[in-house]
Design a protein around this ligand. Structure first.
Ligand SMILES: [Zn+2]
Length: 747
């Protein structure tokens, strides 16, 4: 069919070192990995135009951001595999979901490796390799198919964390929007012509920061959790040649946080908050996936260039951008997501004479000292030219990383990329855009394509490189965290709009676009100070690796937590890519069947160093309420390294334990405030379409009812006949049928 594309998808593990590697995003030196809650994956989509053979790769990985180093290396290796012309810097878009709970050290620029203590070759290799493997799968799976597009609104999932800055935007501009964050999720769905559903990709703006800067377990946060739920439901198997993949990519989330409504992450409620934000994204994605019927048709095309953002002249004005620098409030951090390490506030601006404000001057200087102490071999100018200071006004520059010698500590030559797939435009953007900055950029590009059949635009941020935030000029003037972290001064957004505008025009007019400046290659300049696994030792000669230190209990009830501690080894010895550090197994007949691994959110793998080189591995399993009674055990897999550097796999197995009938809360309370009699029909939570009602109860006006949930169900699907509503209700919940027929949960 002429309207079909060649489409292919692929998924591969990119989980880096789960111990002793700094996490990326919070810039906290203490936040090093100490285990895993879920694995990180690269998800690749290839779309090829059958008439022109033009193609694009769109990849979303559960990492903080793509970096220039990763992009360059992936393209280099793709050229070795597929030749020089098939996959290039122009038609490959690599992005991160922006999780802040993934291992770091994969940038070639010092600013982003500061808290990681340098470049980490093992993690870099893991990310690059996973991206390549996912792309290879997608390439091998290419076959004719169709792409559908749909959108939906995700309510109550993220709030603006810098409303003071947002409110400084012109009121007539703000009046055009109902909200101070973008709530629309845009989704594309991939279906092969033989009917096989091979995946979906969506864009939604929210920081994956529900797991805060105290978290040390690797996780994809709310976006990773949403992917997990979708792929679980579709029966994804990462080991097969082709499988269904669900990518939850980010968008203009620079000022959007899922923590505003809960407060700073506290390690107690963070998992729950992550689940809530993940479930909300999953729910809408699934809805608009199922109802997507509008097909994308037309051509596949792309343009790409590199722009030096340290000196973009804003045409027709005397404004320009300047070499990268950070403002004082960058050190405040986003106070909605974490507490400042320095005690600096958001919103610090220069005095009229261009100096630091008096009350903050000393802590700012202290922060600068601390930062400089982390840099070895670099010179960052302390005294700046007036032109640089004025260029960044009202940002009080505390760190001019763009002027560092021998080379800048963050990139200035940045990739800008535009893809079209029929009526959809995808922008590859190497920064974090705030809500309004994203809207302005979108408007600029859409205007160019007016009348050209373009209907949708996705802002794919954290793509191809990373260079801080971009706010509007008005937001910048307020110098909240995002404005202080806008690297190239107040006119950065205008520079992005201007340059994207030019590329869009070339694309619309079907003209080539110059490839632009050449980014710096720093691959030979990398060092690392991070401790690694040298040798693993056993606590005592007679205790083997995998030996049990604290065993399981013999009996548990569903809903409780199983915990076992093993004497293990350092996970850096073998990342167990596409594998697992643990399995939960159930006995069936005389066989042990694996029911969960380290990617399942009901399991936790924790690693701790003990003495000098012993490893203690704690595995926990949160037994789901619907777990069948029976015999179970926990296995731990690892690899130890001896003095001569030989790495050997080992296995640890807990004692067998029983899970019995749950005797925890097993009732649901109903109250009928509907004003008349309601009949309640109860159905099995998963198979309620197939089953006839398991139970029926009549609930008279103003009557209460306690209903006992069958063992192992955990949840029940209830039909309320009078108001004509369906609701899933969990064990222990209290439900009120309101006078207007709404079903409310009563706490
Ligand atoms: Zn961010």
């Amino acid at each position: 069919m002429p309207n079909d594309f060649l489409i292919g998808t692929g998924i591969y593990d990119v989980t880096g070192p789960a111990a002793e590697l700094g996490m990326m995003g919070m810039a906290s030196i203490d936040q090093k990995t100490e285990g895993m809650h879920s694995r990180l994956f690269a998800r690749a989509f290839i779309v090829c135009d059958q008439t022109t053979n033009k193609r694009v790769i769109i990849l979303s990985a559960d990492i903080w951001s793509c970096t220039q180093a990763v992009k360059m290396e992936v393209v280099k290796r793709l050229k070795v595999i597929y030749g020089n012309d098939l996959y290039t810097i122009e038609n490959v878009l690599l992005s991160g979901t922006h999780t802040h709970s993934g291992p770091g050290g994969y940038s070639h620029y010092g600013l982003f490796n500061l808290s990681i203590l340098g470049f980490d070759k093992q993690n870099f290799e893991c990310i690059v390799n996973g991206m390549i493997e996912s792309i290879k799968k997608a390439h091998e799976n290419l076959a004719p198919g169709r792409i559908f597009i749909n959108s939906g609104i995700v309510e109550d999932c993220g709030n603006n964390r810098s409303p003071i800055a947002y409110d400084n935007n012109p009121s007539d501009e703000r009046a055009k929007f109902n909200n101070n964050t973008d709530k629309e999720m845009l989704l594309i769905k991939f279906v092969k012509n033989d009917g096989r559903e091979i995946g979906c990709l969506n864009w939604y703006a929210i920081h994956p920061t529900n797991r805060g800067n105290k978290n040390k377990l690797v996780t994809g946060d709310n976006k990773g959790y949403a992917s997990y739920l979708f792929e679980k439901e579709k029966g994804t198997n990462i080991h097969t040649k082709e499988t269904f993949i669900a990518a939850f990519a980010n968008s203009n989330c620079g000022d959007v946080s899922g923590n505003v409504k809960y407060g700073i992450p506290d390690l107690v409620h963070d998992f729950q908050h992550m689940k809530e934000n993940g479930e909300k994204q999953f729910k809408i994605a699934k809805e608009i996936y199922n109802s997507a019927s509008k097909q994308l048709t037309g051509n596949v095309d792309y343009r790409h260039t590199h722009i030096d953002f340290s000196k973009v002249q804003i045409e027709g004005t005397n404004h320009r951008t300047y070499p990268a620098a950070l403002g004082a409030s960058m050190f405040a951090g986003s106070t909605e997501d974490s507490t400042s390490e320095f005690g600096i506030l958001e919103g610090i601006r220069t005095t009229t004479s261009g100096d630091y404000p008096a009350g903050q001057k000393n802590i700012i200087l202290e922060a600068i000292n601390l930062l400089s102490g982390l840099l070895t071999g670099f010179k960052v100018p302390g005294i700046l030219e007036d032109e640089m200071k004025q260029g960044h006004q009202p940002k009080p520059i505390v760190f001019a990383q763009g002027l560092a010698e021998p080379f800048p500590l963050s990139p200035e030559v940045l990739p800008l990329q535009i893809f079209t797939i029929g009526s959809l435009i995808v922008l590859g953007i190497p920064v974090e855009l705030t809500t309004m900055a994203g809207r302005r950029l979108k408007e600029t590009v859409l205007k160019i394509f007016e009348g050209a059949g373009v209907e949708h635009l996705a802002l794919m941020t954290y793509a191809n490189a990373y260079s801080g935030y971009v706010t509007t000029k008005e937001e910048y003037d307020v110098q909240h965290y995002e404005g202080a972290s806008t690297h190239f001064g107040p006119y950065t957004l205008m520079a992005f709009q201007q340059e994207f505008n030019k590329i869009a025009i070339a694309m619309k007019e079907n003209k080539a676009f110059p490839s632009g400046s050449t980014p710096r290659d720093l691959s030979s300049e990398q060092t690392n100070l991070q401790t690694g696994a040298v040798t693993d030792t056993q606590p005592w000669p007679w205790i083997p690796f995998g030996g049990v230190q604290t065993d399981v209990d013999s009996f548990y009830k569903a809903g409780s937590i199983v915990k076992v501690i093993f004497w293990g080894a350092h996970p850096k010895n073998n990342l167990r890519i596409q594998g697992t550090f643990l399995e939960v197994q159930r006995k069936e007949g005389d066989k042990w069947i694996t029911i969960f691994n380290d990617n399942d959110p009901c399991t936790f793998y924790e690693w701790k160093r003990d003495f000098i080189a012993n490893s203690k591995v704690t595995i926990m399993w949160n037994i789901p309420l619907d777990t069948k009674p029976g015999e179970y055990r926990i296995c731990h897999f690892g690899d130890s390294r001896d003095v001569s550097g030989n790495i050997k796999p080992y296995t640890g197995i807990s004692s067998t334990f029983k899970i019995g009938e749950s005797s925890v809360v097993n009732e649901i309370n109903f109250k009928n405030s509907f004003g008349k009699q309601v009949e309640l029909w109860f159905y099995h939570p998963q198979d309620w379409l197939k089953w006839s009602a398991y139970d029926r109860k009549v609930l008279n006006k103003d009557e209460n009812l306690k209903w006992k949930i069958p063992s192992g169900w955990g949840k029940v699907q209830v039909r309320f006949t009078g108001p004509g509503k369906w609701k899933t209700v969990s064990v222990g919940e209290s439900i009120n049928i309101k006078p207007n027929g709404e079903i409310e949960y009563v706490s």
